[in-house]
Design a protein around this ligand. Structure first.
Ligand SMILES: [Fe+2]
Length: 213
């Protein structure tokens, strides 16, 4: 068999300066950044190991290691990307959301407060995962969803607009396990609404929204 060399992708961990958030301690952030870096490392490792399997001719469903490596990839990769979206939508200088954002979030829910209440309710669901407000690019509607772990429940082609980590590691150093609602309020006190605005899917010059076909 000819020797293959796959063009694998290596990801580098990003850095954030979020020291001094409201209700989310620097200690929590430090621990959380460390966990995030683990997802980057494991994503790179899995991609390398999968490439190794392909290059050595072991890319087969009957190869249990090959199957397991591929199953784990979505967990590690989404763990990496969702944490980047989460840290990116936090800021020490949070203010009130602008008109464009409140209007977009109110499209389905009627008003911003109802959207927020629903988002918080989803974030309070039992289990570890994420509350994510996604926008469907095909119609612009923004709806709140639960993502279990990092990979179960993501909606294909939907764009993540507001991303909140509700794994216990996100708040356990600051709050008791039963106090997730306090953490969720802290999250809202630190949301970077400008980043959220930048994520909104907008119509192009011809008046159409980008759609993945
Ligand atoms: Fe996390």
């Amino acid at each position: 068999m000819a020797t293959l060399t796959l063009a694998t992708q290596t990801y580098s961990p990003k850095k954030w300066n979020l020291s001094g958030l409201n209700g989310i301690s620097d200690k929590t952030l430090e621990t959380h950044f460390g966990l995030y870096e683990g997802y980057v490392k494991n994503t790179n490792l899995l991609n390398e190991q999968i490439a190794g399997k392909i290059e050595s001719g072991h890319a087969a469903a009957t190869d249990l290691e090959f199957s397991e490596l591929n199953r784990r990839l979505a967990f590690e990769y989404n763990g990496m990307r969702l944490h980047e979206l989460y840290f990116n939508n936090l800021t020490t200088g949070s203010g009130a959301p602008g008109d464009e954002v409140t209007k977009a979030l109110a499209t389905v829910y009627g008003d911003f407060e109802t959207w927020k209440k629903d988002f918080a309710a989803i974030g309070s669901m039992r289990g570890v995962g994420w509350a994510i407000a996604y926008q469907d690019p095909s119609n612009g509607r923004i709806t709140n969803h639960w993502v279990e772990l990092h990979q179960d429940g993501n909606l294909a082609t939907f764009m993540p607009i507001v991303v909140m980590d509700v794994w216990e590691h996100a708040f356990m150093l600051d709050y008791k396990p039963a106090e997730r609602s306090k953490y969720i309020e802290a999250f809202f006190a630190n949301v970077d609404w400008e980043t959220i605005a930048g994520r909104l899917v907008r119509k192009d010059a011809s008046g159409t929204v980008p759609t993945i076909r």
